[in-house]
Write a protein that binds this ligand. Structure first.
Ligand SMILES: N[C@@H](CCC(=O)N[C@@H](CS)C(=O)NCC(=O)O)C(=O)O
Length: 351
């Protein structure tokens, strides 16, 4: 594509005659999508997104061949498709909950995909924008069965292991204050020490996001000796986090997540997506870029949603493959069902 048009359509990688035609048409019509800000410019220059992640298998971990796998990794690959046209153009770096928010702030990362809870202080005091909630979670309590704890109220006087730098630190203090009980916090920064401390009996209770606990329980030597109490003591809406200052980048993140959700709502999967290409439904034609109008108005590759679904599947496929009922982790969808199925996932219109 000529350099002048490439700068007008920074996210378009024309593939095929139609996409190229869309680019020329847009130029002719004077469509000028919002410009890239500093983060997006840097990403485009280096041809790579830098993402901070955690280290929980199912959410984010390298497999035996060193390739990153997981729910948040797939979200990252979707964002790489939208931004750079290639799911591989994203580098994942593990960073502890304590270090990762400052690292995002300082520019070491372009985005965090580490199960970050959206909170008002992170948004307004620390200067982070959040993309769509991709996983609705809540803080849980993991306890040895032998303690005979039936409910959180039985925990008066307990020693509680908490991961430093997480929302869990404040939640657990609030929780005990509210119930009038006392507790002794043991804060641990090194993620790999967290389970060891618990197994060694340094604390009676391990508290973290329920999803994180679900994974951690499978990593204990005797998982059946432990139980996650059914109560959740907080709301933990987990979302991609970016720095202030680049609206266009935030929108690419937003619509990548929405594309996964919208595909599920439309019943489009990695397996059947090609059968939808001759659909007469205008919504599907726009979504998959058969109708080029969205490419024209947004400056995105008209096929970005098609490529996401073809490569990664829809939200349900991403969830099921990484953490769903048939995996070792075995999560149910719960709140993470589509709004049409009684859950909270809802994508705004692709129009
Ligand atoms: N959602 C909480 C906790 C975040 C958190 O601790 N996430 C887990 C992953 S789900 C984690 O990073 N664990 C340590 C690791 O994976 O290295 C927050 O935003 O403060």
């Amino acid at each position: 594509m000529p350099a002048s048009l490439q700068s007008l359509w920074p996210n378009v990688r024309p593939q095929g005659v139609l996409a190229a035609a869309a680019v020329f048409l847009a130029a002719a019509l004077g469509a000028a999508p919002a410009h890239a800000g500093p983060t997006l410019e840097a990403i485009e220059k280096r041809g790579l997104i830098k993402a901070g992640v955690g280290s929980q298998p199912g959410f984010f971990a390298p497999d035996s061949s060193g390739r990153w796998q997981g729910f948040w990794i797939d979200i990252g690959r979707a964002i790489a498709i939208t931004t750079l046209g290639d799911p591989e153009k994203i580098q994942f770096v593990s960073s502890s909950p304590q270090q990762r928010l400052p690292a995002l702030k300082s520019g070491e990362f372009d985005i965090l995909l580490s199960g970050v809870t959206q909170t008002i202080t992170r948004a307004t005091q620390h200067g982070f924008h959040f993309g769509p909630v991709a996983f609705y979670d809540g803080q849980g309590l993991l306890v040895p069965k032998k303690l005979g704890v039936a409910a959180p109220k039985d925990l008066d006087g307990a020693t509680v292991c908490i991961q430093t730098g997480t929302t869990g630190e404040q939640n657990i203090a609030d929780f005990f204050r509210k119930s009038g009980a006392t507790f002794k916090p043991v804060t641990i920064e090194d993620t790999s020490e967290f389970l060891k401390a618990f197994e060694a009996g340094r604390c009676d209770v391990l508290t973290q996001d329920g999803s994180d606990l679900g994974i951690k329980r499978t990593q204990l030597r005797q998982p059946d000796d432990y139980v996650i109490l059914p109560e959740r003591i907080s709301k933990e809406p987990l979302a991609p986090a970016v720095r202030y200052g680049d609206d266009r980048w935030l929108e690419l993140v937003n619509w990548s997540v929405y594309a996964l959700i919208q595909a599920e709502e439309l019943g489009i999967t990695s397996q059947n997506v090609d059968t939808f290409l001759d659909s007469s439904d205008p919504e599907i034609r726009r979504f998959l870029g058969v109708d080029l109008s969205l490419g024209l108005s947004t400056g995105l590759d008209p096929k970005f949603a098609y490529k996401i679904v073809k490569t990664l599947g829809n939200y349900g496929e991403v969830f099921d493959r990484n953490v769903g009922p048939t995996t070792r982790i075995g999560f149910q969808r719960g709140l993470n069902r589509l709004w049409t199925a009684g859950g909270l996932l809802y994508a705004p219109p692709f129009r």
